[in-house]
Write a protein that binds this ligand. Structure first.
Ligand SMILES: C[S@@+](CC[C@H](N)C(=O)[O-])C[C@H]1O[C@@H](n2cnc3c(N)ncnc32)[C@H](O)[C@@H]1O
Length: 341
């Protein structure tokens, strides 16, 4: 890569557009390794070739030199994001990072320890996207509704600490067992607390673990009573009414907010629901509950929602019910992204 960088640097002092184009063409056509490196700057050669082509497609000396300058800078300077390990000067390298507000994900990641045996778990791509985009290696993520441990498998893989809380003892054990199927390569802290997230004192837990603050909260609460997770009255899926659900949910938002670093992110995954032939905007009510606190809303992502195999087989029945009842069958859920002010 050094040779390419030197050639680009020379072009910056040239006033001859023809010469610039010919050198850029030569670099673009040269044989390259699939990945090039300059210290901690990693460059995909296909992306580099696209950038070189963009220079060749540009008209005029000034504009062409402008793009040469940008390319040279991106190959020599690492611009660290404040909240992730991404090099912002090479933003095109992160093709796997989703930036649209509509997520249509066909297949759940079922690699390694990820399994779909826990009814009501989320697809691993959700935590994966937010951990990569909003945390750095060594940061700490909180998941107050850990379930089968999807978040923790992802944090462990990506080298982030995770403090997860799960109310049901057998499910907390299940999460632990799942997690042990993969090596803790980055030697991160994985803390599974079998407790009620309304009661957990995260400050004390963090002090015990030697962690100062969390850099991301990922929340995937029960969608009120759509799936009943246990008989425990502290289980959010057992709240008698919507007000109690929101009140209890709010307590968990308060608890986690206390240890979340300022300027960092809070992610809420939830859907709306039907009750007595009425659409209940549970997602938006819950969003409002977060916004009563010290947060600003950064995005609302709509994600496709796959029904379980059983429900899929009944798709005609659902369609029939929808037509008769004058409603639409749920095919989406929400991912709300907030930033702590
Ligand atoms: C939607 S599931 C989370 C699934 C998880 N994201 C996964 O991928 O496995 C919600 C979980 O929250 C747990 N839960 C409900 N109320 C809770 C509370 N008050 N404190 C802690 N966990 C709770 C339930 O037992 C259930 O496992």
């Amino acid at each position: 890569m050094q040779e390419i960088i030197e050639k680009l640097l020379e072009l910056l002092v040239s006033e001859d557009l023809k010469e610039i184009r010919s050198v850029v063409k030569e670099i673009r056509n040269s044989k390259k390794e699939s990945t090039l490196e300059n210290g901690n700057i990693i460059v995909d050669s296909d992306i580099l070739n696209e950038e070189l082509q963009q220079i060749l497609d540009t008209k005029g000396l000034d504009r062409t030199k402008h793009y040469v300058r940008i390319l040279h800078k991106s190959l020599t300077e690492f611009k660290q994001s404040k909240v992730s390990d991404m090099n912002l000067n090479r933003w095109k390298e992160y093709e796997d990072i989703m930036t649209d507000s509509l997520w249509l994900i066909d297949k759940r990641d079922s690699s390694g320890a990820h399994s779909n045996t826990y009814h009501g778990n989320y697809i691993p791509q959700i935590p994966n996207q937010f951990i990569k985009r909003f945390t750095k290696k060594g940061d700490t993520v909180i998941d107050p509704f850990l379930g089968g441990g999807t978040t923790m498998i992802e944090t462990q893989r990506l080298g982030r600490n995770c403090v997860g809380v799960e109310l049901q003892e057998d499910i907390a054990d299940f999460a632990e067992e799942n997690l042990s199927k993969e090596p803790n390569k980055h030697n991160v802290i994985n803390e599974i607390i079998n407790s009620d997230s309304m009661e957990v004192n995260f400050r004390e837990e963090f002090d015990r673990l030697g962690i100062d603050k969390a850099q991301l909260v990922l929340m995937h609460p029960p969608y009120w009573n759509i799936i009943k997770f246990s008989d425990d009255e502290k289980d959010l899926s057992n709240c008698n009414d919507l007000e109690t659900f929101l009140e209890n949910f709010g307590k968990i938002v308060d608890n986690t907010t206390e240890v979340l670093e300022k300027g960092r992110h809070f992610v809420l995954v939830i859907s709306d629901m039907y009750a007595k032939s009425e659409w209940i905007p549970l997602g938006f009510y819950s969003m409002q509950e977060v916004l009563k606190r010290n947060y600003k809303l950064k995005s609302i992502v709509v994600k496709n929602f796959k029904h379980t195999k059983g429900k899929d087989q009944q798709s005609n029945l659902w369609r029939y019910r929808a037509i008769i009842g004058g409603f639409y069958v749920f095919k989406h859920e929400y991912i709300f992204l907030f930033e702590k002010k």
